[in-house]
Ligand binder design. Structure first.
Ligand code: HEC
Ligand code: HEC
Length: 321
């Protein structure tokens, strides 16, 4: 596929040929950087609660109930009391204990609604607009006495305290860098870089399965602010030198090195091969002529093949002492 451009380069001065591998290396590097840059640029806008200002709490709950009836009842049942399939397996758990925090966490991280009851909830683009999420959260909070959504204020948090609390309570699952990791049981702990401070607070207060719930009795509001501030600090590319790969963690970073490094090696190997050819490729036969040889007549292919073979042989003979 690079054949045509290599051919043209052969015809032009050697300097142009020298530039080719350099350009290839630059392009490969750009690709590697592009891949890693893209992931860290995936900042997310999470709904604020300001947008609810124009609606009364009752209006919100009413709107939320309507959305729930179409989007959630099939799995979570009427009034969110949970729902079983005819064969007795659970379609969706009861939401009586989910509360504002649980609903906010599940909806703003795009985990709910699930497509199928057996799916593992994954972070993705939210399915609902911010004002719809506000309404659903308001409705779910009326179903029982689940945890409230905390008002997280990272400016009021203490970074050092947050670091200590994080190491004691979160690091075992989410890793020291917040990159997440596999758990020996249940699903993997996700990376924390994409989580907003409010989502960190909502996760802590609601304890999405299998993460434990950190209620106010365990970590008070001030400690929660500190943890959220520390998590924000972990996810912030407050660059301490080196090449930031969006804090993908050791495995993808290693992968990146392999892909990028192997790519460069291939380019280098290709280049060296081409250079060895150069002496021979200053071809006495102009392209027009070789075309004529390749004329698809009855013996055209054979003739062309023999012609180039003959050339190669004569070259070989020339090189002999
Ligand atoms: C296809 C089925 C399905 C649909 C549709 C669905 N859910 Fe769920 N939901 C589940 C399952 C299954 C779980 C348990 C997930 C797990 O393994 O943690 C769950 C968990 C939840 C939780 C966490 C419960 C807790 O106690 O922490 C909330 C909150 C929730 N769903 C809200 C919703 C809302 C709101 C909707 C509608 C927008 C919705 N879900 C739509 C199946 C569904
Ligand atoms: C037992 C392991 C475990 C511990 C301990 C734990 N988590 Fe989690 N955490 C998880 C798992 C698993 C999930 C994914 C749950 C889901 O599927 O919704 C998660 C999800 C999260 C998320 C959502 C990330 C996102 O945006 O997708 C945040 C934020 C979070 N945890 C913060 C914390 C904080 C802060 C602590 C410490 C106070 C903590 N976790 C402690 C296992 C854990």
């Amino acid at each position: 596929m690079t054949e045509p451009s290599v051919r043209t380069a052969t015809a032009s001065p050697r300097r142009a040929r020298r530039l080719l591998p350099v350009l290839a290396c630059l392009a490969a590097t750009a690709v590697v950087l592009g891949i890693s840059g893209g992931s860290s640029a995936a900042e997310e806008v999470t709904p604020g609660r300001q947008s609810t200002a124009e609606r009364t709490p009752d209006e919100l709950v009413t709107a939320g109930r309507a959305l729930f009836a179409t989007g959630c009842v099939s799995c979570h049942g009427v009034d969110g009391r949970g729902q079983d399939t005819p064969d007795g397996s659970l379609r969706g758990p009861t939401l009586e204990e989910a509360g504002e925090a649980g609903a906010y966490y599940q909806l703003t991280t795009g985990r709910m609604p699930l497509a199928n009851p057996g799916d593992t909830p994954q972070r993705k683009e939210p399915a609902y607009a911010p004002d719809e999420i506000d309404a659903l959260v308001a409705y779910v909070s009326t179903l029982g006495d689940g945890p409230e959504l905390p008002d997280v204020d990272i400016a009021a948090g203490d970074l050092a305290e947050g670091g200590e609390l994080y190491r004691n309570n979160c690091q075992a699952c989410h890793s020291a860098t917040g990159a997440g990791g596999a758990l020996s049981y249940g699903r993997a702990a996700p990376p924390l870089a994409a989580a907003t401070p409010t989502q960190v607070g909502a996760a802590m207060r609601s304890g999405p399965e299998p993460m434990p719930r950190f209620g106010p009795d365990l970590l008070d509001q001030e400690e929660l602010n500190s943890v959220a501030r520390y998590v924000q600090y972990l996810g912030d590319p407050d660059d301490r030198g080196g090449l930031s790969l969006g804090r993908l963690g050791p495995i993808p970073e290693g992968f990146m090195i392999w892909v990028g490094g192997l790519g460069l090696l291939l380019v280098a190997a290709y280049w060296m091969g081409e250079r060895r050819d150069t002496a021979e490729t200053v071809d006495p036969v102009p392209p027009g002529e070789s075309d004529a040889e390749g004329d698809p007549g009855t013996e055209g292919v054979d003739a062309g093949g023999n012609a180039s073979l003959a050339r190669a042989e004569s070259r070989g003979r020339e090189e002999e002492p």
